[in-house]
Design a protein around this ligand. Structure first.
Ligand SMILES: [Zn+2]
Length: 324
């Protein structure tokens, strides 16, 4: 690994196959954070085809790109008087996540379920209410839950990295997790292969893995080019096409059983964020004034939502079992 001393950036071998065979693909400007016109490079691995960021910021330097006003951490409140509508939409997304999981892994009361990168743990809350499973969440920051502890009572929330907390999580899960979910977390991970291998070790022998990430081979990616919100520059370490996502999951010892080219996050949100990135909007203040146009765009987008099972719009989900 070569460190660019002047910039603190590190050249990175391929996150999937380890090759040092990067071919330049594109440069993309910082999105949703201070950093002005700073640009980061995404490359394609000449051996396996994975698209990933290289060189990339070190993990400590990355903290600068999660400022206190980082939109995904602000929740519905960012939308001012429209926040009840936004909250309802997010609640619907959590229910879609619960339904998707339960289609593949019935959760009995007490069954341990792990959500990696749980953020504000609304999905775990919805899952725990529906199933009375043992809902465990882990995130590197506790910003998502530390200020409203009473709202999250009954959930088991761990702050730290998976590598640091593997033993803690194993102790919580007993004979292993019945299900493990990553909702838009894997694409932030600097070592996704190691993470998926650790999760396999933490899984029960009949455990199910659900991974949702942006889809590089989708309409929103084609429409938006380097400003596609799926790059989330520079926080996403890789942009997964369907074949590289599947290859990564398989390499880590999981057997994919379903691959959807749609998911639980509305791809219109990716499209809207991409347009905002092209306009160099940081979206750090109130978004109340943006809501009417956001909604008008959503209405115009509705016909596409109806065909998203046939035309991949921006997100994908792999469901996998432990390979025996
Ligand atoms: Zn590779």
């Amino acid at each position: 690994m070569i460190t660019h001393l002047s910039s603190g950036l590190e050249d990175t071998p391929c996150l999937l196959c380890g090759a040092d065979a990067a071919l330049p693909l594109l440069t993309s400007q910082v999105q949703l954070a201070p950093g002005g016109s700073a640009e980061f490079s995404f490359v394609t691995c000449g051996r396996c085809g994975l698209v990933y960021m290289s060189p990339r910021p070190g993990e400590e330097q990355l903290d600068d790109f999660y400022p206190p006003d980082y939109l995904p951490h602000r929740g519905p409140a960012a939308w001012g008087r429209w926040s009840p509508l936004v909250k309802r939409a997010l609640d619907r997304m959590d229910r879609r996540r619960v339904r998707l999981l339960l289609r593949h892994a019935p959760i009995a009361p007490g069954d341990p379920v792990l959500d990696l990168g749980c953020g504000r743990p609304t999905f775990l809350r919805a899952l725990e209410r529906r199933t009375h499973g043992l809902a465990v969440g882990i995130d590197t920051s506790d910003r998502g839950w530390s200020e409203e502890r009473t709202a999250w009572q009954g959930l088991h929330l761990v702050r730290g990295t998976l590598a640091e907390e593997e033993d803690t999580l194993r102790a919580m899960a007993g004979s292993g997790f019945r299900a493990i979910t990553l909702w838009h977390a894997l694409e932030h991970d600097p070592r996704p292969l190691a993470t998926l291998r650790t999760l396999r070790r933490l899984s029960r022998s009949d455990g199910v893995l659900v991974v949702e990430v942006p889809d590089l081979a989708s309409l929103t990616a084609k429409l938006s080019g380097p400003d596609w919100a799926g790059f989330h520059t520079p926080r996403h370490t890789a942009a997964y096409a369907p074949h590289t996502l599947r290859a990564l999951v398989e390499e880590a010892g999981w057997q994919p059983i379903q691959h959807l080219r749609h998911g639980t996050l509305d791809p219109y949100v990716l499209r809207w964020l991409s347009v905002m990135a092209t306009r160099r909007r940081r979206l750090s203040g109130s978004l109340e004034g943006d809501f009417p146009r956001f909604l008008a765009g959503k209405v115009a987008w509705l016909p596409l939502s109806l065909v998203q099972r046939w035309i991949p719009l921006g997100v994908q989900v792999v469901v996998a079992r432990v390979r025996r």
